[in-house]
Write a protein that binds this ligand. Sequence first.
Ligand code: ADP
Ligand code: MG
Length: 616
Amino acid sequence: MEELQSTLHAKNLLKQLLFGRWQWRVLVLMCALTSALTGVLSPYYQKGFVDGLLSGHPVVLSLWAAFALGLLSQFLMQANVWLTSRESIISQKHIGDALYHRVLEGPGGFLAHRPVGEAVSLFAVDLPGATAILDQALASGLSMLFPILIAPLALHTLYNIPAFASWLAILGLAGINFLLAHRQSHFFYRFKQLAAERTGLVSEWVQNIRSLRILGRVTAAEKNIFKMRVKETDNRKAMVTNGQIMNTLAGSSTYLLNIMAVMLLLNLRGHDSPPTAGELLSLLWIVGVFLSRPLRQLPWTLVIVLDSLSSIRRLQNAFNSPLTPPQVRGAVGAHATAPEAALEVRKLNLSIQNKKLLSDIDLVLTPGELVGIVGEVGSGKSLLLQSLVGAVGATFERFALDGVETQGPESQEVRRHMAYIPQEGVTVSATLFENVLFEYGETSFTHSAESTHVQTSLKVSQFDPEEEHLSEGLLTEIGERGVNLSGGQRQRIGLARAHFAHRPLIIMDDSLSAVDVDTERKLIDKLLLGDWAHATRLLATHRTAILPHCDRLLFLQDGKIAMQGTYIQLLERSSAFREFIFKETVPAPISTQAPPVVSTEGPAPASAPPTEEEMA
Ligand SMILES: Nc1ncnc2c1ncn2[C@@H]1O[C@H](COP(=O)(O)OP(=O)(O)O)[C@@H](O)[C@H]1O
Ligand SMILES: [Mg+2]
């Protein structure tokens, strides 16, 4: 076992499978040969018995011999089925052990940082697929091969039918069958591959349905699944048709061979010495029984062999592959520069269960503007933002981008203009890289431009994988099955995702609420007022550090815009706003002694928002 594990990597897997436990393989070979010999001897005794019977001298011993030989032949064939099944299971265990070591456990195993389930599902089909060459192909292959080799010799010995003619006929049939089997194995392979891909897509979709809905990617995900189903159906149609042709050909060819053999025999003998009844019976036995089973099996055995070889190749690749992450395509155009967009929304209204939650909101954002939305908890900040990304079914009189009336925020085209960062910061079960890319179906990175851009996005979002103790860097698995991130970490990944997506309109729902004061400072300076200076930004917030930097503030009360203006204007004009700011900035009695925020420009309200630790 140990030895097998260490040598499997380098050695030829096919060779291991066929000759690994050679004593047992020889036994299988001997069984198959003996089964074929006894099988072809049986009709010889049948012939003797029938001819004796018809001439009035039946030799009962011949009948017994024919019966015993036929029985022995069948027994040996079944013994082979049992033997090869056993060999198959033993080989599965060996390969499974070696695979586990190589892929998951070994130094640098390329799936070591992935969930075990994923590795298992990756090779779940290939393991039994590879060993099918033993339990299905070897047993039936040998029980086909020997009859095919021996039957023409028997026909020659008993009836003087030229052996090469029989072999030629069989070879022709085998050739046609091989072509069909080759096609069929291709369809089989596609079938497995497509099914696995679809299962993956569906489970992603189910797991992330809520996040996908918020981020407007539900239709994209569903389209993906549907496309996959169409491909699968096409493949299945082709597969079934090809299979039917194979069955028809295999079934009818044995009848044809029967007729051909009898005609050939009659022709060879001429009128002078017609074949005896015994001769005809045993001829039909040889061609119609002894040969017909192998010929019927031939196409499907070939399919199994080819299919099994493809599984063996995949496993062999897993053993041979250098220990680097799997390589997959890079996203196209994910961060192509888009024109800047201003938003104009008229008479936004939202009721849920007959409760009016947002009333007659008018919102006009000029290009490059930074607009803050403030208000008490429950005043409707989050609902307003969710309305703008079409997540809650609000109604509008007008919803225009860049001065052009649109179909509203539920249309994909409009959604592509916007980046939305939910308050809780969505992450999905995938690598950090994929979470920033947020491209459906991406599993790894190869594109250096892409990975550089992801790194930059994380950097400006103040997320350094090393400082966050993500040991695998961009490839660290996060989400349910990986590292669990704090609210602040999730928010910063949300910011990085928005940065990567590079949309002209960025909508943030309290996206700095869970980060500590220092980080908030850096995010405001470097990202919101830095890299994103030219984007149109809308930010709901209960933190006050950003407020002086906003071009304009909307003060929400009970689902209505109660007032708007700059920070200074609102402070001057509204006692409700002053009260609100005062409440938000006075430290809670048992809060830790966080330093007051000093803003770089404008008046700075002292604030002690909860730190990341407190929020988590
Ligand atoms: N899905 C919903 N169904 C019914 N009421 C909701 C729903 N979501 C939010 N609300 C209510 O709408 C009001 C505004 O909520 P929200 O926008 O989350 O406030 P905030 O300003 O704190 O972000 C709250 O009273 C809240 O209870
Ligand atoms: Mg909210």
